[in-house]
Design a protein. Sequence first.
Lengths: 145, 460
Amino acid sequence: MRETFTKGMARNIYYGGGVFFFLVLIGLTVDTVKSLPKTDNSENMTEQVAAGKRLWEVNNCIGCHTLLGEGAYFAPELGNVYTRFGESTEAIKGFIKSRPVEGIPGRRSMPQFNLSDEELEELAQFLKYVDGVKTARDWPPNVQG
Amino acid sequence: MKYESQGVAKLYFIAAIGLFVGQILFGAIMGLQYVMGDFLFPEIPFNVARMVHTNLLIVWLLFGFMGSAYFLIPEESERELYSPLLAKIMFWIFLVAGALTILGYLLVPYAQLADLTMNDLLPTMGREFLEQPTITKIGIVIVALAFLFNIGMTILTGRKTVITLVLLTGLVGLAVFFLFSFYNPDNIVLDKYFWWFVVHLWVEGVWELIMASLLAYVLIKVTGVDREVIEKWLYIIIAMALISGLIGTGHHFYWIGTPDYWQWLGSVFSALEPIPFFMMTLFAFNVVNKRRRDHPNKAAVLWALGTAVMAFLGAGVWGFLHTLAPVNYYTHGTQVTAAHGHMAFYGAYVMVVLTMISYAMPIMRGQKAANETAQKLEIHSFWLMTISMVFITLFLTVAGFVQTYLQRYSDEPQSFMVVQEQLATWYWLREAAGVVFLLGLFLYIYSFFAKGKEVEFVEE
């Protein structure tokens, strides 16, 4: 690099730029968090949904599925599964409940998690709640996720 | 080795390579599960294999970063490590905690592991890459603090160089942003938003500081180019990394229920993210061309150049491929993401750690460079692993675009599983490339034991 551009200048760009954009990120984060209630479906947050989220976590569902596009790419998107299953929590529960213990020969299978009826309801309510999050352009692009 | 305490790095590097093998073995298992869905089911379901694959990657890279820091900091600071004993104790704690966690994933159902480790007290498990039990996370924080204390004391009481200060900043950032892994609100949008404060601000933020400083250190050593020149490059590269990458976090905030302005901010700033990686490539080739000596460790020079190029391709080009919001609308969460993830992690972080190991390991074994045969084998393994990773990425990219078209873009979108079956050919090809990668890795390990003619060099 040319001699007119000194190490000191490079250092100042690093510190100045780093601090400036970090502060911008914090500012945008404050704004984002404040505006979330408009989109985050928190009006439908219940104890059941919270319990469902715990179940979603402790069964590591994200290890195969995506949820709003994030997760593993081995199994279908679940951010809109409530819509895809005809807005029926019963259909969701039925699917989870009916997974064969030994899987389906030759095919990808979802494990049988042996959830109780109460747990199934909680998990289904959680997926319904996530489906209610207002994503930009109503992502995913279509019902197939 | 100028300072005896640099030798603790050897433990860390050996563990890193060992865990790397585990990571790739589980990668191969997952690759097979993509096309033979019932492989190892229900003993090792896909989600477990994936957890092991990704968590081993993170843990071995952390071992690699810590080992690299322990090796270079005494030399840069011109003093012995503050406490080699603490470094050794922390090594064993981290290794045992890591091994127990991986065994936990493999031996008990995940929900039971959550129960056993009392996840209910402070639920942090079950989020991608942060699957570790809360107790393991606390362990990671303790190890990180002890590590930072150890290197911090060494740096602050010794000669301060730009490389050590940037490395320290990166490592402190790594520890600080990891704390967000303890925040797990019920609100899914908030949860996702702050989850990225760990994941994005690690790999597209502070880890780039670590990577650039390690690369700068090795380049100083193998080229003999003036430190002033290298430090100027280092500053400008990491400046661009932060300027683009901090607001670039926004490219993860397109579709998770966050405000629409992130579409613009994320697109514009993340489109700049390739710049620091491009500069790294310019930097590496520039200083190697201007080298003042021909270092006998040719393998290390190759790894350094390879890191710069592959990081630019994987993180820069493949990141840019799907970072603009209108493109990402269709590609988000498909195999395109997987393609990018593989080459970016390999090119940037795997390769920079292997660069450090390549440079430091012979020195810790009492040589300036490995013997000719060993270097030749190491260079072969470099090409085997790197080229097979290019193919893994290409096959996944094709799979990703076909998937995007069939499932998201065509007039009659097909369901996920129907589309997956049509991708089988590409997944088989990816698996084949993965097996070649594994062979390359075995060759890499073998190169450490190969005997041959010692390299000749002129002492400076």
